[in-house]
Design a protein around this ligand. Structure first.
Ligand SMILES: [Zn+2]
Ligand SMILES: [Zn+2]
Length: 325
């Protein structure tokens, strides 16, 4: 089969003749249908985050079809269309026992601690291959994982505000938060230096407001994980605001503490989602037709063009995605 290998930072190649995996006990073998490229994949691709080894396989937001099953998995699963939940918590640590698997210290992260899914076939634990109804478009299915991340961030704010909110950053994660907040009925503003990305993000929101000088918000989502993004988030926050930080910086970044103190801001961190509730909730949002997450997708590439897709994904508007060819 073919697999997309990262040989060194920014050096990616589609390699043929890679041996097919076979499912171990409790696993399913999945044939890739489509995969979304995420900011965390781009961080490894660009060298900001170093993978455990080279060559490395990236990709974790995958949709596919079960081709075969390992021991202990019912054969009736063969043929199912599945979305992959790409974080496997240990199930035994303090966080896992408290149903907070998003903070699990022994978590296996597909494409980060174990090889990713950018290949024609891969194996995953049966429990992390979520069966989905085939009435959904492939576009919506490929966005379930980032939707679970955005929904977990929204869940950090209870009760959810009414009125307006600001989303800082219009990368894949920002786009999803924009769409989700709009679906919850909030009027969404977007702070993003790239004009094309900002315009695309606003297209994803049914209710939106242009960001103007002097506006302030009671609820802000920081999705860029950058120094500038965090500063912007805190500057636009009003007194007593909640700022939810979900963009992951690479290493420690300076924090505008004086503004946080003076405005008495509540700063909340949000990391991925909890297993299994996060995924089942995200799937439920799509099942109920509350939103159509595929709207955040931008340019589509075939698997053989994945190196080109990574080279442009960081600057294009919309989330770049890959389809099997
Ligand atoms: Zn992701
Ligand atoms: Zn754990």
């Amino acid at each position: 089969m073919r697999a997309v290998m990262l040989l060194a930072p920014r050096q990616m190649e589609v390699v043929a003749g890679v041996p097919d995996p076979s499912p171990a006990s409790g696993e399913v073998l999945v044939t890739l249908m489509a995969l979304g490229i995420c900011g965390s994949d781009l961080a490894v691709w660009g060298g900001a985050v170093v993978p455990p080894t080279y060559p490395w396989i990236l990709g974790h937001e995958a949709v596919g079809r079960i081709a075969s099953v390992g021991e202990g998995v019912p054969g009736s699963r063969v043929g199912e269309i599945v979305v992959i939940e790409p974080n496997y918590p240990c199930g035994m640590c303090h966080s896992c026992l408290a149903a907070r698997t998003s903070s699990c210290s022994g978590r296996q992260v597909v494409s980060r601690t174990i090889p990713g899914l950018l290949r024609e076939r891969f194996c995953v634990p049966s429990e992390f291959a979520w069966r989905v109804a085939d009435v959904h478009s492939i576009e919506d299915l490929v966005c379930i994982e980032p939707l679970a991340v955005a929904d977990h961030a929204a869940g950090q704010v209870r009760p959810i505000h009414t009125g307006g909110c600001l989303v800082v950053g219009a990368g894949a994660l920002g786009l999803m938060v924009v769409q989700l907040m709009a679906a919850y009925g909030l009027e969404v503003s977007v702070a993003e230096p790239n004009g094309e990305r900002r315009a695309f993000a606003l297209e994803c929101a049914s209710r939106k407001a242009r960001l103007t000088e002097g506006t302030s918000f009671g609820l802000v989502f920081e999705t860029s994980g950058t120094v500038d993004g965090l500063r912007e988030a805190v500057n636009y926050a009003q007194t007593d605001a909640t700022v939810v930080a979900l963009g992951l910086p690479h290493g420690d970044i300076p924090m505008p503490v004086e503004t946080v103190v003076r405005k008495q801001i509540t700063l909340v961190g949000s990391a991925i989602y909890d297993h299994p509730d996060g995924f089942s909730k995200a799937l439920g949002l799509v099942d109920k037709g509350i939103l159509s997450p595929g709207r955040i997708l931008g340019r589509r590439y075939e698997l053989s063009m994945t190196p080109e897709a990574f080279a442009s994904a960081g600057t294009l508007a919309g989330k770049t995605w890959i389809v099997a060819d």
